[in-house]
Ligand binder design. Structure first.
Ligand SMILES: [Zn+2]
Length: 482
């Protein structure tokens, strides 16, 4: 861990009582088996049948429960200044919602202001998170300027545990970089064995459409998806793949939303290129019909990329099942409907983009993935946790249930049912993007480094308990590539 945390005085002495989880069934990305788990000093120290508790051990009876590695949400935006406001969940409320929803690690995006020094932006993010986060966290870094100074800073940033960079091919005039710049980043990152993620939408196409709609006074939120066509995503994914091939660099596509993008990833993989992809629950479960109902309420789902036609859902689930999409994260970037989303009442271009989802992801994937028979329990463990850990340099400390790993666990009670609702949500916003979605099976216990962080949606953890995770470099060999 970093100095930042080892210096802090409020870290507890290591030897608290041990925890023993008895009689559960464990599911990792590769195995399913019944065993007890013994936890000491925040780490898993023994996994076997018939472990007997010592006097002071805290015992959790997991009879009939399913134990998975704690969720890793590798795509969050907490307390992000964006589009004239700041996202509503900060590192405290966001990680509490995460913990209650089965996620024990988040990786948030540091997004520097234009012209801001990278190290300054990273410090600003440490400040947002330190002493606030309830679960462990790491950072990605977005590169919104690309020049000599920025490129020269990359080795130091990677050394400090930020081993992945994000580039925007959209948001022209703000966050977007051009192809030449993206190539420079791909080459510089490859030299440091860092991974480049792209927000893949053709920013010029989007800007063209936005301008046209504005000229035609088409200002309602129903025009948001029309200004972000699926072809613009497919084109950008294709272009990013070609650029990565030229730079001989691996590539990661974030928040992939449609078949136009998926088939580019599939083609690249089939031709032997290392391209990885993430999707989000919203692209698997919600569709663009929401933009055409109830007038301005559509603003609740204004995000980029937008929700797509319902026909994409089955294709994305299949992409997840077949391994072309490795992980499901959220792109959690929450804004209140009243007071934030309504900044765009007269112009959809002013609606802050994003939805709340960090607390819903694991539950939705369990019900609509596992219980609906779309993915296996092992694929679920891979999608919510193991693959993100492998992609982002956290494995095997995170992402699995094994001796020596951090004791980060989500223990599902398959017999409990519920429903997603703003009433029970821990997100710091006035609506739920998945209101009314039925849930079959809920997290009974969520364990973060050996501490119970939540019990049946009740937060039992501690603000400030989360530690900064210095992440390892991207391992191409781990994916079978040279
Ligand atoms: Zn994002």
């Amino acid at each position: 861990m970093t100095q930042r945390n080892t210096k802090r005085k409020d870290i507890k002495p290591a030897s608290e009582a041990r925890m023993l989880i008895k009689n559960g069934t464990i599911f990792t990305a590769s195995d399913s088996f019944a065993a007890d788990i013994l936890i000491e000093d925040g780490k898993i120290c023994q996994i076997s049948r018939g472990i007997e508790p010592a006097d002071r051990d805290k015992v959790i009876n997991a009879q009939g429960l399913e134990i998975y590695p704690g969720g890793i949400d590798a795509h969050t935006h907490f307390a992000l200044p964006f589009m004239g406001t700041i996202s509503a969940d900060d590192f405290e409320t966001g990680t509490i919602a995460a913990a209650c929803g089965g996620t024990t690690t988040v990786v948030d995006f540091v997004i520097p202001g234009k012209g801001q020094k990278l190290s300054e932006a990273v410090s600003a993010w440490h400040e947002k998170a330190d002493g606030k986060a309830a679960v462990d966290y790491g950072f990605h870094l977005a590169l919104v300027d690309v020049n000599k100074e920025v490129l020269a800073d990359i080795p130091g940033i990677v050394k400090a545990g930020i081993s992945s960079f994000k580039c925007f091919m959209a948001y022209k005039g703000a966050l977007m970089i051009d192809d030449d710049q993206l190539l420079q980043v791909l080459r510089a990152a490859k030299e440091q064995s860092a991974l480049v993620s792209v927000h893949a939408e053709n920013g010029d196409m989007l800007a063209h459409l936005m301008k046209r709609f504005a000229g035609e006074k088409k200002t309602g939120p129903e025009y948001h998806p029309l200004a972000h066509p699926a072809d613009a995503e497919g084109e950008a994914v294709h272009r990013a793949i070609v650029l990565a091939e030229m730079a001989k660099s691996p590539l990661h596509i974030v928040h992939m939303s449609c078949v136009e993008a998926l088939r580019e990833v599939q083609a690249a993989r089939v031709s032997g290129q290392l391209v990885l992809a993430e999707t989000c629950p919203q692209y698997l479960l919600l569709s663009d019909e929401l933009y055409r109902k109830n007038g301005f309420e559509a603003a609740k789902w204004v995000m980029s990329p937008p929700l797509r036609h319902v026909s994409n859902h089955d294709r994305l689930w299949a992409g997840l099942r077949d391994g072309f999409i490795q992980s499901v994260s959220t792109d959690h970037c929450s804004f209140n409907f009243k007071g934030q989303k309504d900044m765009g009442k007269d112009d959809f271009l002013k609606i802050p983009n994003g939805i709340p989802a960090v607390g819903d992801r694991v539950n939705l994937l369990y019900t609509y993935g596992v219980r609906c028979g779309r993915i296996s329990r092992n694929q679920f463990a891979a999608a919510i946790s193991a693959n993100a850990a492998k992609i982002f340099g956290l494995y095997p400390e995170k992402g699995t249930v094994a001796v020596g790993s951090d004791a980060d666990l989500v223990i599902f009670d398959p017999g409990k049912t519920g429903e997603v609702s703003v009433k029970t949500s821990k997100h710091n916003v006035d609506y739920s993007a998945f209101e009314g979605f039925k849930l079959e099976g809920l997290p009974a216990f969520v364990i973060s480094r050996g501490k119970v962080a939540s019990e049946y949606n009740k937060f039992t953890g501690e603000k400030g308990y989360g530690r900064y995770l210095s992440r390892k470099r991207f391992d191409v060999h781990g994916w079978g590539f040279e």
